[in-house]
Structures are given as C-alpha cells and as structure tokens.
Design a protein around this ligand. Structure first.
Ligand code: C5P
Length: 201
C-alpha cells in the first residue's frame, strides 16, 4: 500500500538530510523535488525556454552533477514561480508519491499541493542565520569562496521568492508537524522527524 511522507521547508533547514534518513529508516524511496526545479534552472542558464524545458524534463536530467551550485539554486527559484513550469512537473511527483512500498518527497509544496493526502507531513525549518551558517560551511568545504554575508543574502532572497510567489508558495500545510532544527543536532532532528511520522501513521 502506498504511504507518502511529505517534507517541506526552506533552503538549508536540514530537509535533505532528514528526508534521506527517514527514507532509509522506513525503507521508502526518496525524491528530492528541488532537483526537478534545479534541472529546469540549469537548462535555462544554458539558454533553454523554462516551460519547454520543464515539459521535456527526463529522469536522467536529475542526475546532472552540476545542479548543486548557488547559481543553479537561484535559477531554480526563478523558474519555480512560473505556473506552467510547476504544472509540467506535477505528474512525475504524484506518480512517485503513490508508488507501492512508500515514498518520501521533500520540497516546498509537497504537503500543500502535490500530496495534500500524504499520510504524514513535516515542515522542517530553522532560523535564516542558522541555515546560512550551515550552507556556508558546506560550500566552504567544497572549495567555494562565497562569503557568509553572500550566502545569507542568497538564503533570504530565495526564502522571499519562495514564500511570496502566487502559485504554491512555501508554507506549512495546516496539518504539518513543525520541526525547528535551529537548536538540534542532526541526530536529534532525525529522531524528532521519525517520532512525528510514527505518531502520524
Ligand atoms: O530544495 P532546493 O534548494 O533544491 O530547491 C531549489 C528551488 O526549487 C527552491 O528555492 C524553490 O524555488 C524550488 N522548489 C519549489 N518547489 C519544490 C522544490 C523546490 O518551488 N517542491
């Protein structure tokens, strides 16, 4: 029987790490839906039309190794405001969510738009400063020379665009459990997420 776990939240709140750990814990498949928007954003940076790129998107496009850059993240959040881009990506996500054996999807609108019927919904968040600190550390370890202030400005700009857009804005579903990871270790955040899902199921 399908069991869907929806995990939403802003950039760098720990969603990705928590989603992977939750999927491994329950033995479910995991889809990072940000990759869909990043893949479209990367195609736009390479000169493609956003709507055409979204309509033609293939599963292989999600395996492009260069989707994790700050430039692609900003491009992703720009294409993500276009309603036709969002609607072109719905079927893939819904099919993934309803596969047999259970699925974890993480993104911005999974609990609100893509899977309003998900059996468990989490909204993973943290303060902008904590998120920027984490992202800064991650980028520095990869050899990026972006300053902390630039990373914080990027996080805030992306939050603003994601929360204020008209179509599928970033916000918790009414029935989502909020997990604030600002003061939690990774292990504690994963444990809180697993406990919330067990309580929901
Ligand atoms: O999660 P990630 O940082 O990879 O997402 C990149 C961008 O894609 C986000 O800033 C957001 O604009 C967009 N996105 C979205 N809806 C989703 C997942 C991501 O709008 N479900």
């Amino acid at each position: 029987m399908p069991f869907t776990i929806a995990i939403d939240g802003p950039a760098a709140a720990g969603k990705g790490t928590i989603s992977k750990a939750v999927a491994a814990h329950f033995g479910y498949a995991h889809l990072d839906t940000g990759l869909l928007y990043r893949a479209v954003g990367a195609k736009v940076l390479a000169g493609a039309d956003a709507i055409e790129a979204a309509q033609a998107l293939q599963a292989e496009d999600l395996e492009n190794g260069d989707l994790r850059t700050a430039e692609v993240a900003q491009a992703a959040s720009k294409v993500a405001v276009i309603p036709e881009v969002r609607s072109a990506l719905v079927d893939f996500q819904v099919a993934f969510a309803r596969r047999d054996g259970g699925a974890v999807l993480d993104g911005r609108d999974i609990g609100t738009v893509i899977c309003p019927e998900a059996e468990a919904k989490l909204f993973v968040t943290a303060s902008a400063e904590v998120r920027a600190t984490r992202r800064f550390k991650e980028l520095s370890e990869k050899g990026s020379d972006q300053s902390y202030d630039d990373v914080l400005a990027d996080v805030i700009a992306r939050d603003k665009r994601d929360s204020e857009r008209a179509t599928a804005p970033l916000k918790p579903a009414e029935d989502a459990v909020i997990v604030d990871t600002s003061d939690l270790s990774i292990e504690a955040a994963i444990a809180a997420a697993v406990a919330a899902i067990e309580a929901a199921g």
